[in-house]
Write a protein that binds this ligand. Structure first.
Ligand SMILES: C[S@@+](CC[C@H](N)C(=O)[O-])C[C@H]1O[C@@H](n2cnc3c(N)ncnc32)[C@H](O)[C@@H]1O
Length: 455
């Protein structure tokens, strides 16, 4: 596909659903005994869901398809031209009055389809404005608050507005979405609505390497079980292990964020270091620490640091100016690579001291840690002591607890690797997430309760 056509496709989240998948979804609804009187397919494109629903629910009195793309609407118009129940509307989904449209249809209404799966930051890169406009007056909870975030999923904004549109109406919303979006939405459903979600093979149907599902929201549907703002993935295990929940957050931390691995991560040589640009450099020891990354922590065996991190600060916001005096070779090295360091894209660096890093504090330099990878699809905790006399630090794909003494760290790692801990954590983990284990999940587990509750 030509580059321009490809970027247009990404901008409009234009991945048409195969009819076979749309039929599978409607057959499932029919088997459950659901009989809509009308259907609405927002962002309908070529209308796979509209066509599948017309086939599956012959009693339908009205069917409406809405899309911005006139070409798709005219194709769909041809495919449904003899059917007087069908009306097609060309409209921008971000400004359409969905509530008014839903209320104009015979109930029960079935709203089904597949919204554009695109994030606002991706749209920014594409230079596209195909997103809801931020309402500067009303950055509050709900859908307006989403547009105030630096990055949000456009499909999440749309689903929130469709959920608002069906509140108090005899209607059901069935949409293909990323699983992460469905899970966030489940935590914010109005009290009268519940939801289920079933995984789909997104790679097979859309060539998208992402976990996706059929998200089904309806009045009286099963309510989501959550714990401290986290969706519970396994309610029965969670109920069984609820006595392991911490009364107050356990002090897990993320590793150091620096976004300049080519400059700040070094491979030790015999008497010098090699950076990610292939340069051999000599630096003072003062700001160098052995580094472990999530890949090092994913193995069963005790990890040994292969890299060294140049940690320019010891606490958040600390001035880096003194490096020119305390470690002139290091300062000179940083200045020589300032083009890379100063160009770090995240806005956090713009407000920080020059060459600064994040996720650093006294806890980063305590001698003992218990650490785990947040990226890998298994639970594995390691007690890590000093390496060559220096505390080991971690990158931001790891989480860790700090300890002064070896015994405490070894005991904590043993407790965290136990069966009760695994059951508690797994009841809150969704393994298909990009980052299955989060600091928020880890903070809910009490080490003290684990000690008291070994089977
Ligand atoms: C993922 S495709 C899904 C199409 C169809 N629902 C299906 O399942 O095959 C997303 C659709 O959203 C439409 N779209 C993108 N931006 C839109 C906008 N601002 N307003 C209305 N439709 C839009 C695209 O034209 C495209 O047809």
């Amino acid at each position: 596909m030509a580059t321009e056509a490809r970027s247009k496709r990404l901008e409009f989240g234009d991945f048409q659903t195969p009819l076979e998948l749309a039929l599978e979804v409607t057959v499932h609804l029919a088997h459950q005994g659901f009989r809509p009187r009308s259907i609405l397919e927002p962002t309908c494109g070529r209308g796979a869901f509209l066509l599948a629903a017309l086939e599956q629910f012959p009693q339908i009195e009205q069917a409406v398809g809405v899309d911005i793309n006139s070409q798709y609407l005219s194709e769909l118009g041809h495919a449904t031209c003899s059917d007087a129940r069908v009306s097609l509307i060309q409209s921008d989904c971000f400004t359409t009055d969905w509530r008014a449209l839903v209320l104009s249809l015979p109930q029960p209404v079935l709203i089904l389809g597949n919204p554009p799966w695109v994030t606002s930051s991706r749209l920014g890169v594409l230079g596209s404005a195909n997103a809801p406009q931020r309402d500067a007056r009303a950055v509050k909870s709900g859908i307006e608050a989403l547009t105030g975030k630096s990055n949000f999923d456009v499909s999440e904004w749309l689903l929130r507005s469709w959920i608002e549109a069906i509140e108090g109406v005899d209607a059901r919303l069935v949409m293909l979405v990323k699983s992460s979006v469905a899970r966030r939405l489940m935590l914010h459903l109005p009290i009268t609505l519940g939801a289920t979600y079933r995984p789909i093979a997104a790679t097979k149907h859309f060539g998208a390497a992402v976990s996706a599902c059929v998200f089904d929201v309806y009045p009286g549907g099963p309510p989501a079980l959550s714990f401290r703002g986290l969706l519970v993935s396994n309610p029965s295990d969670f109920a069984r292990r609820a006595n392991l929940a911490a009364d107050s957050p356990t002090p897990w931390r993320s590793g150091i964020k620096h976004d300049a691995s080519k400059v700040l991560e070094l491979t030790p040589q015999r008497t010098s270091f090699k950076n990610g640009l292939g340069e051999v450099v000599e630096l003072e020891e003062t700001y160098l620490y052995p580094l472990l990354k999530s890949s090092d922590l994913s193995h069963k065996s005790a990890p040994t640091p292969r890299r060294t991190l140049l940690a320019t600060q010891r606490k958040p916001g600390e001035s880096t100016d003194q490096l020119s005096v305390t470690a002139p070779q290091t300062w000179d090295y940083l200045e020589r690579h300032s083009a890379i360091l100063d160009a770090r894209a995240s806005s956090i660096y713009r407000r920080a001291p020059r060459f600064g890093i994040f996720g650093v504090g006294p806890y980063s330099f305590s001698p003992w840690k218990v650490a785990t990878s947040c990226l890998h699809k298994k639970l594995q905790f390691h007690a890590i002591g000093p390496h060559n006399g220096k505390p080991v630090v971690f990158d931001d794909t790891c989480a860790f607890l700090s300890f002064e003494g070896r015994e405490e760290a070894i005991e904590a790692a043993w407790l965290l690797n136990s069966q009760p801990a695994a059951e508690f954590l797994q009841a809150l983990i969704f393994w298909d997430s990009k980052r299955p284990l989060t600091i928020e999940i880890l903070r809910t587990l009490s080490i003290g309760a684990l000690r008291d509750n070994q089977d």
